[in-house]
Design a binder for this molecule. Structure first.
Ligand SMILES: NC(=O)c1ccc[n+]([C@@H]2O[C@H](COP(=O)([O-])OP(=O)(O)OC[C@H]3O[C@@H](n4cnc5c(N)ncnc54)[C@H](O)[C@@H]3O)[C@@H](O)[C@H]2O)c1
Length: 325
């Protein structure tokens, strides 16, 4: 394959992030852009001298794509992945890949059947301090993890509607749950409680303001993750505290860490553009036809989606304990 021919479905906020990376990737060319909003498709097409579409069906019929980026809102995954897979097109899908777990399962299985390259937008897996942090944790007897994510409300129309975004746990804190899975392995039981009522000034808002979630991992580790979307101010943060028999580690989602043990303190900061690296890796994997290069393939990301949807179910049932497969 000469240059990887890329199409985009959805040319909103996160697509701009990928567009910036695409301009720097020499072995890729954006040849088609699709958005329901014609103006967005046209503007993106102008940027790359690509062909604009308002229907992804038409885009698939007319273009010979090697890869497609799916960057639509969580409730809008209405079959585009399956259509791409049928045509042998490799897939980069933004998280959360759907709000319908059965659909995500079909996509996961179809990708495996066709042996395609897939990736999900968990760019935090590409932070360059993460392997070091994982290596330290792998050598420790971990007791527990205490995690928080505090931030504001993204101003896209769909975020405030639970049926469109899935709420903060599924749409946003899924990054934190995904990193927890990466570092600690799989969760086998979870329950969560939600809080509403602090956000009163956003019209048409019907989702949770905060969540308190307790997890039990297959390894025996217990963890909590508290998330809130009611604080757009300067106090926002996203952090993990791991307590082990020999020390304590604080890790920030962006890659800053501090490890404290009896006689030593080690600190580190990330040094890479991990969003760029996530896209570079996907394109290289498509060109080399090597799905194993990707750190967040669809099949793995599916488990993060499954976990966050289970938390939603638990919260909807007032904190019911949910067991995961
Ligand atoms: N990885 C990250 O850090 C990160 C950050 C932000 C957003 N996201 C995810 O990216 C996705 C999109 O978020 P966004 O902020 O870009 O939203 P957005 O509303 O800015 O953009 C979504 C675009 O998709 C288009 N669209 C919807 N259905 C379509 C269809 N059938 N055909 C063509 N176009 C369609 C919409 O018209 C819109 O322009 C969400 O799932 C979100 O969670 C990920």
């Amino acid at each position: 394959m000469d240059k990887v021919k890329v199409g985009f479905i959805g040319c909103g906020g996160i697509a701009q992030f990928h567009f910036g990376h695409m301009e720097k990737i020499e072995n890729a060319r954006v040849v088609a852009t699709c958005d329901r909003i014609e103006e967005r498709a046209n503007k993106a097409a102008d940027r790359f001298k690509a062909k604009p579409y308002t229907s992804y069906k038409e885009m698939f019929e007319r273009e010979q794509l090697d890869a497609v980026y799916v960057c639509v809102e969580p409730s809008a995954h209405d079959g585009m992945e399956m259509m791409a897979i049928e045509r042998g097109i490799n897939l980069f899908v933004q998280k959360p890949m759907s709000l319908d777990l059965a659909y995500a399962k079909d996509v996961r299985d179809a990708i495996a059947d066709k042996g395609l390259v897939s990736a999900v937008g968990f760019q935090c897996r590409y932070v360059d301090t993460l392997p070091r942090v994982k290596a330290w944790l792998d050598g420790q007897e971990i007791g527990m993890a205490v995690c928080t994510r505090l931030g504001g409300l993204p101003m896209v129309w769909w975020w405030r509607r639970h049926e469109h975004s899935g709420g903060q746990v599924v749409e946003q804190s899924i990054h934190n749950y995904d990193i927890l899975r990466y570092l600690l392995g799989e969760v086998d039981a979870v329950h969560g409680m939600a809080r509403r009522g602090t956000i009163r000034d956003i019209e048409n808002y019907n989702t949770d303001d905060a969540s308190a979630v307790t997890m039990h991992f297959k390894s025996g580790v217990v963890a909590t993750l508290m998330s809130g979307c009611f604080s757009p101010g300067p106090f926002g943060h996203s952090s993990f505290d791991f307590y082990t028999r020999e020390g304590v580690m604080n890790y920030g989602l962006g890659g800053t860490f501090k490890i404290r043990q009896a006689n030593v303190t080690v600190e580190g900061k990330p040094g890479n553009d991990y969003g760029q690296e996530s896209d570079d890796t996907f394109i290289d994997a498509v060109q080399d036809k090597d799905p194993s290069l990707v750190l967040s393939p669809y099949a793995d990301a599916f488990k993060s989606l499954e976990l966050t949807l289970a938390i939603n179910e638990s919260m909807a049932q007032g904190g019911k304990l949910i067991e995961l497969p």
